[in-house]
Design a protein around this ligand. Structure first.
Ligand code: PCA
Length: 216
């Protein structure tokens, strides 16, 4: 068994939200030992300007055997295990620096796409067998989560030791959806049934899902 740590990253809040479940999960797992593997958690900024450097710095500093990055996918109803990062940055909303990237490469000379090097199928099966809704996904979008996945995969290629990297998108927590429902009602600008982003999963279950991913 390697004594190199597992790095779990979670994103700070973005898009006007007060919390990000990925950050909460990261904090819950930081410092734990899971399946004999020590876990280090780190928060990441929702900032295109900080990538790819931050990925290379974290891999260089911590020398992890595995990097599992987490982010929120608003409206998703299940754990979403990403298979691929693409070399496109194209934002629907500005990042936390106010930058709105349109049709830009993540890395000017990078490959068109990089595949997750986590055992994604095994992770999906293990989550499902514990009764946690999960599925493989062929797109992490073209916002910061995709930039994060692509950047860690690329940084891993330049590291002296092998590093398995991948990304897991998580749903809203129920408390966030309750807040959204209040806001939608108070704003009275769309009918409730026009919104399709009210799915959620409780934090304990999301944490368990990520523990399972670490254990594969
Ligand atoms: N989700 C966003 C960026 C940060 C996060 O938690 C995304 O899916 O790109």
């Amino acid at each position: 068994m390697t004594n190199r740590p597992v790095l779990i990253t979670g994103f700070e809040p973005y898009g006007g939200r007060g919390t990000n479940p990925s950050h909460e999960v990261m904090k819950r797992l930081h410092g734990r030992t899971i399946h004999g593997r020590s876990v280090i958690g780190r928060g990441l900024p929702v900032s295109f300007a900080r990538f790819p450097e931050i990925a290379a710095e974290l891999i260089g500093e911590l020398n992890p055997s595995t990097v599992i990055s987490l982010g929120l996918w608003p409206g998703e109803s299940m754990i979403r295990i990403e298979r691929i990062g693409v070399n496109i940055a194209d934002f629907g909303i500005p990042d936390n620096d106010g930058l709105l990237a349109v049709d830009e490469p993540v890395h000017r000379d990078g490959a068109a796409a990089l595949m997750s090097t986590l055992p994604t199928r095994a992770i999906e099966r293990a989550m499902l067998s514990e009764g946690i809704p999960a599925s493989l996904s062929a797109t992490a979008g073209t916002y910061l989560c995709n930039i994060c996945l692509y950047s860690f995969l690329q940084a891993a290629q330049h590291h002296s030791e092998p590093v398995a990297c991948g990304f897991i998108h998580v749903p809203y927590m129920p408390e966030q959806v309750a807040e959204l429902l209040v806001a939608v009602r108070d704003q009275a600008s769309v009918e409730m049934h026009q919104r399709c982003d009210f799915a959620s999963m409780d934090l304990d279950r999301i944490v368990r899902a990520v523990e399972i991913a670490v254990s594969q």
